[in-house]
Design a protein around this ligand. Structure first.
Ligand code: GDP
Ligand code: ZN
Length: 344
């Protein structure tokens, strides 16, 4: 696929001007998600990490893909996060023969990560520099598992990540309009794309919503995620994957996240790791705030520590009664809050 050429940044644009903290004890906020930066040497090229296998990384350059190792200097730096992760914007030196070396990593705008459990742990980055999440479900075959969708949405809220929903297999909608009913409770809070990878319906609008962004795609199996990713890059992203197969390197993937370039500055990521992350328990205190529909009412309850499940004078329950909060979403909140959730 030929990509529109964006202005290649000059070295001057990208030489990081971060000052080192005076002590080696950097503040917590700095300690995660920001690998130390090494100034890229002259002649190095900007690229994006699209796949990682242990110490090897596939880096997508403007017009080609290189299989890269990391400069030793990067590896020696103390880290509380993955040194290089899928989604990272990096600077590489082309060594010829489709191989290269990563010289420097740009600061991350955002990460989707398994956070470190203690301070000695390293944060595991599932995807760096993502702009939004797209949760794919089918309207039928398999039936939409709304509780799982709710969990995905909560994860996105916790990570401050804008979320969209794709309701795929709209060609199977029967009776017509049934799908719209199923996903109706979400329309107030999240954009929904009704699509059919099979018929092509809705795909142009979805493409427009992805343009110029990095989107993490997740959903249950069988809903059509692979089909969708293929449909979004109809030329086939052939360079990705072929190199590692040709060289025999990277057979053993340590992270299954994979980024596909589908247009100018447009990437979609297959992020299977997101599903496990979404199944993590959420602190009860943080749960109400993860439902955008509940937020306007949260400070209006009679009891300041209202759980919004049984209390009298609960503004949330009143809003549900008045139809201002979709019942299905509220029931999902209650199921998660009271621990009745049946995991599937
Ligand atoms: P994944 O497990 O989410 O990656 O799902 P796949 O992409 O493997 O698709 C699962 C099945 O759904 C395959 O048999 C696809 O052909 C089928 N499928 C995907 N998209 C559509 C669609 O829009 N309509 C219909 N009817 N089937 C679809
Ligand atoms: Zn309440």
């Amino acid at each position: 696929m030929s990509m529109a050429v964006t202005r290649r940044p000059t070295r001057k644009d990208h030489v990081p001007k971060r000052r080192r903290p005076p002590s080696s004890q950097s503040p917590r906020a700095d300690a995660t998600s920001q690998p130390d930066i090494v100034t890229p040497p002259a002649g190095s090229l900007p690229g994006r990490v699209v796949r990682a296998f242990g110490l090897w990384h596939e880096v997508r350059l403007e017009d080609r893909t290189l299989l890269c190792t990391m400069r030793g200097l990067l590896k020696r730096r103390r880290q509380r996060t993955d040194i290089v992760a899928v989604g990272d914007q990096v600077w590489v030196t082309d060594l010829g023969g489709d191989e290269g070396v990563i010289e420097a990593v740009e600061p991350r705008t955002r990460v989707l990560a398994r956070t470190a459990r203690n301070t000695d742990d390293v944060e595991q980055v599932i995807l760096a520099n993502l702009d939004q999440a797209l949760f794919v479900f089918a309207v039928h075959d398999p039936e939409p598992h709304v509780r799982m969708l709710d969990r995905f949405l909560i994860l996105a809220e916790l990570q401050g990540l804008p979320a969209r929903i794709a309701a795929n297999k709209i060609d199977l909608d029967n009776p017509p309009g049934h799908a719209a009913e199923l996903f109706c409770p979400y329309t107030g809070a999240y954009p929904i794309h009704y699509v059919s990878v099979r018929s092509g319906a809705g795909l142009n609008d979805l493409r427009a919503a992805l343009a110029g962004r990095v989107t993490a795609v997740a959903g249950p199996s069988g809903v059509g995620k692979s089909s969708l990713l293929n449909a979004l890059h109809p030329d086939g992203d052939r360079t990705i994957g072929d190199i590692s197969e040709a060289t025999g390197k990277g057979r053993h993937t340590t992270t299954a996240t994979r980024l596909y370039e589908i247009g100018p500055a447009t990437f979609v990521a297959d992020t299977p790791g997101m599903r496990a992350l979404a199944m993590h328990a959420v602190d009860a205190d943080r749960l109400p705030g993860c439902f955008p529909e509940l937020r306007p009412y949260l400070d209006q309850c009679f009891y300041p520590d209202c759980t919004h499940v049984i209390e009298a004078g609960c503004a949330v329950r009143e809003a549900v009664g008045a139809g201002a909060i979709p019942l299905l979403r509220y029931e999902s909140y209650v199921a998660l809050r009271t621990g009745d959730e049946v995991r599937q």
